[in-house]
Write a new protein. Structure first.
Length: 317
């Protein structure tokens, strides 16, 4: 069915940031890119207005095709690849803290660059782009600041091996195209949503503890200090850093340190401890060494106090 320019303009105006006009014209990679970046962070969506007429002509088979030719170096495309690669790398670092950064960060950067490189008529060599991203990330020891040089290296590799795509066979049916787009979108959205949910749950837990901390601070101010509960000075300091002035063995405070509900079982205590120790180990946070050391001490003390009795109960049962 022939594509109509008026329909393309309408979809651009109504759902352009979600890539509806690209989906209509059969540009699925471009549509996915717009879905994940909200229209190329807005700037790409506005720029589409000047290309719609040419894209409609190509979709109808009346535009020129240059399959197999070598495209010229495009500074705009390179900027887009670096921007999206950096964006994907930052999302992976923040939403997937339990995945080793030497794996998650360069892989996300490479996929972001490849997605930009495959939008439209062009393609590139995926293994070259991923190799550049991994080597650069390894050079910078997968630190958070490595996403920018990794994106630049991957973008230059994509530009170096960029080619126009050869004409393919008949297009897939709309149902198959939507299924592929949906799976690709979920692969990006599910980890991000899970990471945001965990962060939100932790923030809500700390906000909910504010009234208790206020009451405990008032009690301390009036001179009624709780006993140490048999804990040493190191344990006292570890929990008072978090603003809690009750006994260091307070189950509520210890559960807040591990980010679990009070009264959780040994499995939940161990799971949360293992995850948080990976995140806050001082060797993994050289730029925040003091904060990481404080959190690491808190996690160890909380695990010893909460995990000890539960392990004994589990063994006795």
């Amino acid at each position: 069915m022939a594509k109509r320019l008026l329909v393309a303009y309408g979809l651009w105006a109504l759902g352009g940031p979600l890539g509806l006009h690209h989906l209509y014209l059969g540009r699925d990679s471009h549509a996915l890119l717009w879905m994940l970046t909200l229209g190329g962070f807005g700037a790409g969506w506005l720029g589409d207005l000047w290309h719609l007429r040419r894209w409609v002509a190509k979709a109808n088979g009346t535009g020129s095709r240059r399959g197999g030719a070598v495209p010229a170096l495009s500074p705009i495309c390179l900027v887009g690849q670096v921007a999206v690669g950096t964006y994907f790398g930052l999302v992976a670092a923040l939403a997937l803290p339990w995945v080793p950064q030497l794996l998650a960060q360069p892989l996300a950067v490479g996929l972001g660059v490849l997605l930009v490189a495959s939008a439209g008529e062009q393609s590139t060599k995926a293994h070259r782009v991923l190799t550049a991203a991994f080597l650069t990330s390894l050079l910078f020891q997968a630190q958070l600041l490595a996403v920018l040089p990794s994106s630049l290296a991957a973008g230059l590799a994509a530009q170096r091996h960029c080619r126009y795509q050869h004409p393919t066979g008949p297009p897939l049916r709309l149902r198959a195209r939507l299924f592929r787009l949906g799976m690709a979108y979920l692969a990006f959205a599910v980890p991000v949503g899970y990471g945001l949910l965990r962060s939100t749950a932790g923030a809500v837990g700390w906000v909910g503890a504010i009234p208790m901390w206020s009451l405990q601070g008032l009690v301390r101010l009036l001179g009624f200090r709780a006993g140490s509960g048999g804990c040493d000075e190191r344990q006292q300091w570890a929990y008072q850093v978090r603003g809690c002035y009750s006994t260091p063995s307070c189950p509520f405070c210890l559960s807040q340190v591990l980010g679990i509900p009070s009264g959780s079982g040994i499995e939940e205590v161990q799971r949360s401890y293992r995850e948080l120790v990976k995140v806050w180990h001082p060797d993994h946070n050289p730029q925040r060494a003091e904060e990481a050391e404080q959190r690491f001490i808190e996690l160890q003390e909380a695990y010893e106090v909460l995990g000890g009795p539960r392990r004994a109960a589990a063994a006795g049962g």
